[in-house]
Design a protein around this ligand. Structure first.
Ligand SMILES: Cc1cc2nc3c(=O)[nH]c(=O)nc-3n(C[C@H](O)[C@H](O)[C@H](O)COP(=O)(O)OP(=O)(O)OC[C@H]3O[C@@H](n4cnc5c(N)ncnc54)[C@H](O)[C@@H]3O)c2cc1C
Length: 373
């Protein structure tokens, strides 16, 4: 059988692409190395921050606004809106960048000084010279649930999804693509590649400067229990030394603890040999940093789970038609902040595969941009 589109990689982005393509009536084959919504890549750990006042670059805001619409279409409870607080000294990229994005796009927000933060959020103990940008629209999504929902949508719309079947190689010609696995050879008009941390391998010929990093998620049981963390905003705090610590409300009951992590403080990793053990020194480092902002948080260490970022030098994504093959579209290099965009990335990938173009602003994600040379 010949397909319209083969999607390789059914993680955060590929599952969304398969759902959007199938919804448009495309005959879709999805190929995934592991099982559905697995924990071997970048889309696991129970929660992902979603926010709009985007300190990384205001250019992401229109995509975020569309992502919010699509998340709500996927399911009324996909986004849990908790509010979000971005803290640090006023001149840090986290604070100044959030403010810039919210002002440029007129996003509702408030700015609190340290005393106001302590008053509103008794768990938080910022330094006196810190401020916080608060945005009500922020919250979290659940990655495993979101991937499962997109896979279910894709399957219901007729997509054929094959798990435990990695793509071994692909070739493209003017008329289409051929993808080979251990079980077969598949022909299609178009190929969408969403291989996450395996992008350096599957897209080696593009020579993209991608770095795969191991990034750990930690759960702690706060001193006195999770009570004060149950109705809590997501938070991102930039330290004096540029380290960003972020965290979530308690979402898994009295014994589930609270999840916290560093944004971008990883070591280079091999996706096929990821070190899944977490050392006592790593736990201590996390506890020390988190404890500076939330004195009760690092009460008792519960568990830690590594995950992978696939990072570009400028931390912007790669989403584009393959520069050399019109029948191939690529999506990778999400640099540790991609999940919140998954549904809109799915829509963009479907646009590119079916129409060859998209109305969404994706100029920032061009693989030929100077920062990637
Ligand atoms: C610890 C951590 C915290 C994060 N926090 C946030 C956050 O708060 N907010 C946010 O927006 N983002 C966050 N991110 C980033 C976000 O999760 C990622 O950007 C996103 O999950 C990337 O999705 P992906 O589809 O590219 O990768 P994945 O979901 O890993 O999907 C890639 C898939 O391709 C499959 N694959 C690879 N090679 C092949 C092959 N040859 N054949 C078949 N299948 C193949 C893999 O098995 C995998 O399933 C975080 C990431 C981590 C690790």
């Amino acid at each position: 059988m010949t397909y319209d589109v083969v999607v390789v990689g059914l993680g955060g982005m590929g599952s969304a692409a398969a759902a959007h393509l199938a919804a448009r009536g495309q005959r879709v084959l999805g190929l995934e190395r592991f099982g559905p919504a697995h924990d071997r890549g970048s889309s696991h750990g129970g929660s992902r921050i979603i926010r709009q006042s985007y300190f990384e670059d205001p250019a992401y805001v229109p995509l975020l606004l569309r992502a919010y619409e699509l998340w709500d279409e996927l399911g009324a409870d996909q986004i849990v809106r908790t509010g979000g607080l971005y803290l640090g000294r006023p001149d840090t990229p986290t604070v100044a960048g959030s403010l810039r994005a919210s002002q440029q796009w007129s996003l509702p927000h408030e700015v609190f000084d340290a005393a106001e933060i302590r008053r509103r959020f008794p768990t938080l103990a910022p330094d006196d010279d810190e401020v916080g940008v608060f945005e009500e629209a922020a919250g979290f999504v659940r990655p495993e649930r979101a991937v499962a929902a997109h896979l279910e949508r894709a399957a219901r719309a007729g997509a054929e999804l094959r798990f435990e079947e990695p793509a071994l190689s692909w070739t493209a010609s003017g008329s289409g693509v051929v993808v080979t696995t251990a079980l077969g050879t598949y022909e299609a008009g178009h190929l969408v590649l969403c291989p996450g941390a395996w992008a350096p391998r599957l897209l080696a010929e593009l020579g993209l400067p991608l770095t795969v990093e191991r990034q750990v998620q930690y759960w702690f049981q706060p001193v006195g229990g999770v009570g004060p963390y149950e109705r809590h905003p997501i938070f991102i705090r930039e330290d004096g030394d540029g380290a960003q610590v972020y965290g979530f409300p308690a979402m898994d009951g009295p014994d589930g603890g609270v999840k916290t992590a560093f944004f971008r403080r990883g070591a280079v990793a091999d996706p096929d040999a990821l070190d899944r053990s977490v050392s006592a020194a790593e736990v201590e480092d996390m506890a020390a940093h988190a404890g500076r902002l939330l004195p009760t948080l690092p009460g008792r260490f519960l568990r830690a789970v590594p995950c992978m970022y696939t990072v570009t030098p400028d931390h912007h994504f790669v989403i584009a038609p393959h520069p050399e093959h019109t029948a191939v579209t690529v999506a990778c290099g999400f640099s540790g902040h991609g999940f919140k965009f998954a549904p809109v990335v799915g829509e963009i990938l479907a646009d590119l595969a079916v129409e060859g173009t998209t109305k969404h602003p994706i100029g920032l994600f061009d693989p030929r941009r100077p920062a990637l040379r």
